[in-house]
Write a protein that binds this ligand. Structure first.
Ligand SMILES: Cc1ncc(COP(=O)(O)O)c(C=O)c1O
Length: 387
């Protein structure tokens, strides 16, 4: 019998193409050592030893019911508020859910309000759907609700997309009072809030305000969650929490009529990790690891870049959002940084207005403390043009 040995070096397998001699703070992925290979190996062995083969069948449109049951239990414990499986739709991650929502809820030319800065790849999805994006200002507490109210005076969006907790890139978290005003405005002016809560469970200090998912019953909020940041992005597994009308609309999409519910195989494995408490344990380990990386990156920034940079130490999520002097353009700095073997995401990519050129986003999720420190040293040499 012929056996095949899979060699990761032989083929391109992952989205990021970082070579080992470069430290790229641009990569918003978990480091390889944090990926739960052993947990999934055990879950796969356990589940595939059972005679029930439904995980290999076309799935229920709303998503595997047992998985939704275990997910609802996990979310109830994490949020401290009861969540029922009937409120959940299984997605293939936040990106897929966002794309499906655009397909079902928007027409080309419709307006979508986003934060400034915003998650840049959401802009790519909105562009695919030919939506008109309008940026709403934020401050250190996230979306500026007064600025939103002003914008609403002249334009009604179909959707408002935001990352309310530990925002990508700014790290800001929207306080409870602003969340309540936002929902009230969406009711008053009849637009849908798409809350991307991908970092909500990655909080490293105090608990954040309740997720916008807790306002889903209002019918104004579609709350998107994902296992990408709390387990593994390759699973392509997430969820939408929304009111029954929205769930029916999502589950009624042609995509699911034809292909069945999303990711029944992966759902069945992750259900075991949720049921057996391993997801919770893994999440706690991630929080500890990321706390240490934040300390290391903060120290390196203070020691090596000092007065040159301004930032708020993040309380969750994946990123430091760093402000350089106004005269600097981080897009231009990128070429010099590449010569110094360091990378980052330039701030302008997160602006739908072509602004924020003097910011850069640094991810602490992909590297251990030592390369994080070395990377900041390289960034310092890039800023001094001395490499
Ligand atoms: C704000 C935000 N939304 C969505 C995603 C992608 O999520 P998923 O892997 O669930 O599609 C990311 C990943 O970086 C993100 O930062």
């Amino acid at each position: 019998m012929m056996t095949t040995q899979f060699q990761t070096t032989q083929f391109q397998t992952t989205q990021s193409r970082v070579t080992s001699d470069v430290i790229d703070f641009g990569v918003g992925h978990p480091s390889a050592a944090l990926l739960p290979r052993a947990l999934l190996q055990a879950a796969a062995a356990q589940r595939l030893s059972q005679p029930d083969v439904t995980l290999l069948q076309y799935g229920l449109e709303q998503g595997d019911e047992y998985f939704r049951h275990t997910l609802a239990g996990f979310l109830s414990r994490q949020y401290g508020t009861p969540v029922d499986r009937s409120e959940l739709f299984v997605s293939a991650g936040v990106s897929q859910a966002l794309d499906l929502i655009c397909t079902l809820y928007t027409q080309p030319g419709d307006v979508v309000f986003v934060e400034e800065p915003t998650y840049f790849l959401a802009l790519h999805i909105f562009a695919n759907h030919h939506l008109t994006v309008r940026a709403i200002d934020t401050d250190s507490h996230g979306l500026d609700i007064d600025a939103l109210e002003q914008a609403l005076a002249s334009q009604r969006p179909t959707l408002l997309y935001l990352v309310p907790t530990h925002q990508n890139p700014s790290g800001a978290t929207l306080p409870q009072e602003r969340r309540q005003r936002l929902v009230a405005l969406s009711q008053r002016d009849n637009f849908l809030i798409v809350a991307d809560e991908v970092y909500h469970l990655l909080s490293y200090t105090a608990a954040p305000p309740p997720p916008l998912a807790t306002a889903a019953a209002s019918g104004q909020v579609l709350a998107l969650g994902s296992f990408s940041k709390i387990l593994a992005p390759g699973l392509r597994l997430g969820w939408v929490q929304a009111s029954p009308t929205h769930l029916q609309r999502l589950a009624g999409a042609g995509l699911l009529a034809s292909g069945g519910g999303l990711n029944p195989f992966t759902s069945a494995l992750v259900a075991l990790l949720l049921e057996q408490g391993q997801q919770e344990q893994h999440l706690e380990e991630l929080r500890q690891v990321y706390r240490r990386r934040i300390v290391a990156l903060d120290r390196a920034l203070q020691q090596q870049l000092g007065e040159q940079v301004r930032y708020t130490v993040p309380e969750g999520g994946y990123f430091f959002w760093v402000q350089l002097p106004d005269s600097l353009d981080s897009e231009q700095l990128l070429a010099q940084a590449a010569r110094c073997k360091v990378g980052f995401r330039p701030g302008s990519r997160f602006s739908s207005r072509g602004a924020l050129g003097n910011f850069l986003r640094l991810s602490f999720a992909f590297y251990e403390p030592e390369p994080l420190q070395e990377g900041i040293h390289r960034l310092q040499t890039a800023l001094a043009a001395s490499c």
